[in-house]
Design a protein around this ligand. Structure first.
Ligand code: AMP
Ligand code: MG
Length: 401
């Protein structure tokens, strides 16, 4: 993994491309400069290159080039109605992408860019491929706070459309090894810049007048947004995501596990002919981040009760011959008996949970765990984004005990 400037072929089924791999340290060096130049040239030529950002690894392509953007959708198996975030390296690139915007948007950029905040703004017609915006009149833009990402985008000299560099439906990649697992042979290159920082995707917001509406919780918390915006709201569909449901309904439901995005039960289906409104952020209707095993979240006011319930369920599953796993926090992780116990760190430091979550979900797959229970965390601060991803990973299966 650490060999610099090597070309590796990953020849398995449907993995037909030679995926170039570069290892790049943060900060300028002659080696990293030439790697970034080569990766940027691939993007300029219409290729697809995965690169590190402070949130998760992104899969980048020239946002103006429809064929290049199509390659992102193909490599990920991403539904074409789910628009992509456009990444820029400087404010001068923004004016080419969007129509004039208001004071609140300006303040958000001044405070949070570069950083894990994506703004949905009115698109300048023709600035990016209609595939990027899925035909919407708006475009989602962000400036990542990662030296390698910024250097790559600047060197490519174009706006870079970049969703997370995973197969659709799978946990997002926080290491280059995760990108290889999902996309080697399907994309042109991977820039390995080490582990990502935040570990969860950016916060996506739209502006309704001067009100900031959070479409997806992420690295920037609502409290931080409130420090610069007069009014901050959470898209109502986000609450639906953490609704609890009866056990038997939960047990009946199995979402698709084959790596392609599946529509979540809480959102209107694309083929729905009823009057349900379209989601404001198309990506919200898809289930995401799922490990291959069946996962449930266990919630409750009394932590001892939650732990006892989890252990009893694990024991029962083991007696049935299942391989069992728990996603827990340091406060209780030591007490569980299961085939795999993964801790997301302390409940008092949920930034660590954000950093570890996706690698933890992938580790259940690596150990062939079919039966997974996850402790819930408080939906405060970054915990809101952690629970949002966990609920999606569990296909909305939540048990209240
Ligand atoms: P991903 O690329 O997987 O991190 O997901 C990007 C998220 O941003 C998805 O939830 C998209 O639906 C959302 N998004 C991208 N562009 C727009 C847009 N123009 N309007 C609303 N949401 C958007
Ligand atoms: Mg994604």
């Amino acid at each position: 993994m650490n060999n610099h400037n090597t070309t590796e072929a990953f020849g398995t089924e449907n993995r037909k491309k030679d995926t170039r791999l570069w290892s790049v340290a943060s900060g300028a060096s002659a080696d990293s400069e030439s790697a970034i130049r080569e990766a940027a040239a691939m993007i300029e030529a219409g290729g697809t290159v995965a690169f590190p950002t402070e949130t998760v690894y992104g899969l980048g392509a020239d946002a103006r080039n429809t064929q290049a953007v199509d390659r992102i959708f193909q490599a990920k198996g991403r539904p074409s109605d789910n628009p992509l975030i456009v990444h820029i390296a400087g404010r001068e690139q923004l004016d080419e992408l969007v129509l004039p915007y208001g004071e609140t948007a300006r303040r958000l950029m001044a405070r949070f860019w570069p950083g894990p905040l994506t703004l949905v703004l009115p698109a300048r017609p023709g600035a990016v491929s209609p595939r990027v915006t899925a035909g919407l009149p708006t475009v989602a833009v962000r400036m990542p706070a990662h030296d390698v990402a910024l250097r790559l985008i600047a060197a490519a000299g174009c706006p870079v459309a970049a969703p997370s560099a995973n197969r659709s439906g799978r946990p997002s990649p926080t290491l280059a090894a995760h990108v290889r697992e999902d996309l080697a042979g399907r994309i042109d290159g991977i820039v390995d810049g080490g582990p990502t920082g935040v570990g969860l995707e950016s916060t996506v917001v739209e502006l309704i007048g001067e009100r900031v509406n959070v479409l997806r919780p992420g690295g920037v918390t609502p409290a931080e947004l409130r420090e610069v915006a007069g009014e901050v709201t959470l898209e109502p569909a986000l609450d639906a995501a953490s609704d609890t449901r009866p056990e038997e309904a939960v047990a009946r439901e199995r979402t698709g596990r084959d790596g392609d995005a599946v529509q979540s039960r809480n959102a209107p289906r694309a083929d729905n002919q009823t009057a349900e409104p379209a989601p404001r952020s198309p990506g919200m209707k898809y289930a995401h981040y799922a490990p291959r095993g069946a996962m449930r979240i266990v919630k409750g006011a009394a932590p001892e009760r939650v732990s006892a319930w989890i252990q009893a369920e694990l024991d029962a599953a083991r007696r049935r011959g299942e391989r069992t796993g728990v996603l827990a926090f340091d406060e209780h992780a030591g007490a569980y008996r299961a085939d795999l116990v993964v801790s997301c760190g302390s409940l008092r430091a949920l930034e660590t949970a954000a950093q570890r979550l996706y690698a933890a979900l992938r580790s259940f797959d690596e150990h062939g765990i079919g039966f997974i229970l996850a402790e819930a965390c408080p939906e405060e601060g970054i915990g809101l984004a952690v629970m949002n991803r966990l609920v999606k990973a569990a296909g909305h299966r939540i048990v209240e005990v």
